[in-house]
Write a protein that binds this ligand. Structure first.
Ligand SMILES: [Zn+2]
Length: 267
C-alpha cells in the first residue's frame, strides 16, 4: 500500500514538472493565450517564483503586476495617479503603486516567505482597501452619471437661492438682507452652493423672476380673454423724475388660482 501511494505521488510530481516545463515553453514562445491577465504578459516576475507560483499568486490577487522582477499593485497605481487619496485622508503605498516591491532573505525559502507576507500585508492594508473601494465606485458611477449628478445638484442649489431671493422681494425686505438670509440657511445646514450670494445677484434674480412672471401673466390674460381695466398714473419721484405708471386690473382665475381681480404693475 505504501509503495502504491509513493508511486502515485512520484508520478504526480513528474506530471507537475512536465506541466511546469510546458507552461514555461508556452510563455517563452509568447503565445497570446497564455496572457491570462495583464501580469502574465512578461517574464519579469520575481526570480524566486516558479511559473506555477506566479500563476497562483496572480489568480488569487488579480491586482498584481510585475516590472523588472519587482511587484506592484494595479489598483493602487491607477487610483494613486488620480491623487484623490490625500483628499480622502488615506495613504497609498508608493512602493506598491510604482511597482518597487522586492523580496529579501539569503535563500529562496526566506525570499518566498517575505514576498508572501508583503502581498498579504498589502492586501489587508487600509490604503489598498480604500483604493479598491474607489475603483468599484468609479466603475459603478460612470462619467455620464457623475455629470448628471452635478447638474442636478446645481439646479437644486439654484432653486434654493431663487426661492430666497423671491422671499426677500415678497416680504419687501431690502436686497441687502439677501446675504444674511443665505448665511442663515447655510448655518442651518442647507447646501446653498457657492455662487449667487451677493446683493447684486439678488437684484438680478428678482428682475428675472419678475420678467418671467409678467410674461406668464400677460399670456394668461390673453388666453382667458377676460376683461381688463387700465389705470394710468403720472407721478414724480424724489429726484424730480416724472414717470408714467401703467397698472392693469384683471381676473385670471385659471392657471393661477386667484379668484379676486389683481392689480398688475405692467410697465
Ligand atoms: Zn493595492
Amino acid at each position: 500500500m505504501k509503495r502504491i501511494t509513493s508511486f502515485f505521488s512520484t508520478e504526480a510530481s513528474v506530471t507537475k514538472k512536465a506541466k511546469t516545463i510546458s507552461e514555461e515553453i508556452k510563455t517563452s514562445a509568447t503565445d497570446p493565450e497564455t496572457c491570462v491577465d495583464e501580469c502574465s504578459d512578461n517574464n519579469d516576475w520575481p526570480s524566486c517564483w516558479t511559473v506555477e507560483q506566479k500563476t497562483e499568486f496572480c489568480s488569487k490577487n488579480e491586482w498584481l503586476w510585475f516590472q523588472d522582477k519587482k511587484l506592484g499593485c494595479t489598483v493602487c497605481k491607477n487610483v494613486g495617479s488620480l491623487s484623490v487619496e490625500a483628499k480622502m485622508g488615506m495613504k497609498i503605498s508608493t512602493e506598491w503603486s510604482n511597482g518597487e516591491i522586492t523580496c529579501y532573505g539569503e535563500d529562496r525559502k526566506k525570499q518566498l516567505t517575505s514576498l508572501r507576507k508583503k502581498i498579504f500585508d498589502h492586501k489587508e492594508s487600509a490604503g489598498h482597501q480604500a483604493a479598491l473601494k474607489i475603483k468599484k465606485e468609479a466603475e459603478k458611477d460612470t462619467l455620464g452619471n457623475a455629470v448628471l449628478k452635478f447638474l442636478k445638484r446645481d439646479k437644486l442649489v439654484t432653486e434654493k437661492v431663487f426661492r430666497t431671493a423671491y422671499k426677500v422681494a415678497k416680504a419687501n425686505q431690502s436686497f441687502n438682507n439677501f446675504e444674511m438670509e443665505v448665511d442663515l440657511q447655510e448655518l442651518n445646514g442647507v447646501d446653498m452652493g457657492c455662487i449667487l450670494h451677493s446683493t447684486n445677484a439678488c437684484i438680478n434674480i428678482v428682475n428675472h423672476i419678475s420678467i418671467e412672471m409678467r410674461k406668464k401673466m400677460a399670456k394668461e390674460i390673453v388666453r382667458c380673454k377676460s376683461k381688463i381695466s387700465l389705470m394710468i398714473d403720472e407721478s414724480t419721484t424724489l429726484s424730480q423724475k416724472s414717470t408714467l405708471i401703467v397698472y392693469i386690473r384683471s381676473c385670471v382665475e385659471e392657471g393661477t388660482g386667484m379668484s379676486e381681480p389683481i392689480n398688475l404693475f405692467l410697465d
